[in-house]
Design a protein around this ligand. Structure first.
Ligand SMILES: [Fe+2]
Ligand SMILES: [Fe+2]
Length: 281
């Protein structure tokens, strides 16, 4: 990264941005996790206060940098995390969640900066508010890890989430189908059981953080579904049919029961999308 590029990262980078794309790019190019979280919230504030033009004059990076001390392993080489029974296993799980939130910051700002052109301004409003949520989620988990004597970067992580999103970098509607409506929706399916395991282990603090994240994530899935459906209306497509075909083409992860039908329904992701799927990979 050149010296001038370094000037355009972090909060400083956001402060010197004049367009929404420049601010999103500054967040994506910030590798340091704490600085990324600050930059994300600064970018949302700058946008809300009207300090950024609705202009897409720079590209989003395809492979944003990651923290220098974070070991990224292929998913199949990740050590087993266990099921929250021991403190060690809980720390491993919290670390994995912190990494998901770190990448989720990038996913939200990438969505706004890469796909915002030609969309209403509300599209950017929504994805920046999601990005600010993800920054808060990251900060809560990182603080929790530190309280337990660990920190983000102390354990390895895998980049499956960013890779899954990368396959849709040329297609706005496929990105919406895969990221909020498959990956984040999957989070809604599995989180209640995870919260229960943390509670059963006597870790109410982590359980409360995960519950807060869960409620925010319902809103993120709802935002994704709303914009997906609005793209479908513009192109006269049947949302549920299109979603299934995009998922079968662009998503190699899991869409399988048990589904959290009530949380999905709250997010507008109704059974006509996924009800006919026993397993779709
Ligand atoms: Fe999140
Ligand atoms: Fe999210």
């Amino acid at each position: 990264m050149s010296v001038s590029e370094e000037m355009r990262i972090g909060r400083e980078g956001v402060a010197s941005a004049t367009s929404i794309a420049q601010a999103c790019r500054a967040v994506l190019l910030t590798a340091d996790p704490i600085e990324k979280a600050f930059a994300a919230r600064a970018a949302q504030r700058a946008w809300q206060q009207g300090r950024l033009a609705f202009l897409f004059d720079v590209a989003m990076p395809d492979d944003p940098p990651r923290p220098a001390d974070l070991a990224l392993l292929p998913p199949n080489r990740m050590p087993k995390r266990g099921r929250a029974g021991s403190e060690r296993s809980r720390i491993a799980m919290l670390h994995a969640f912190a990494h998901i939130e770190y990448v989720a910051i990038d996913l939200a700002f990438d969505c706004a900066g890469r796909f915002g052109e030609g969309m209403p301004r509300r599209f950017v409003d929504d994805w920046l508010s999601v990005g600010a949520d993800e920054a808060m989620h990251f900060a809560l988990l990182d603080r929790r890890l530190k309280k337990a004597g660990a920190h983000y970067g102390a354990l390895p992580a895998h980049d499956g989430l960013w890779e899954a999103a990368g396959k849709t970098r040329h297609d706005r509607i496929a990105r919406l189908a895969v990221v909020p409506m498959a990956l984040e929706a999957r989070g809604l399916d599995v989180t209640p059981a995870t919260v229960a395991r943390f509670e059963a282990a006597g870790d109410g603090h982590s359980a409360r953080i995960l519950t807060r994240i869960y409620h925010d994530e319902i809103r993120h899935v709802a935002i994704g579904t709303k914009w997906f459906e609005s793209c479908c209306v513009n192109d006269r497509l049947v949302p549920a049919e299109l979603w299934r075909s995009l998922i079968s083409r662009h998503f190699s992860g899991v869409v399988k029961p048990p589904f959290n039908d009530s949380a999905r329904a709250q997010a507008g992701l109704t059974l006509d999308y996924y009800g006919t799927l026993a397993t779709l990979t």
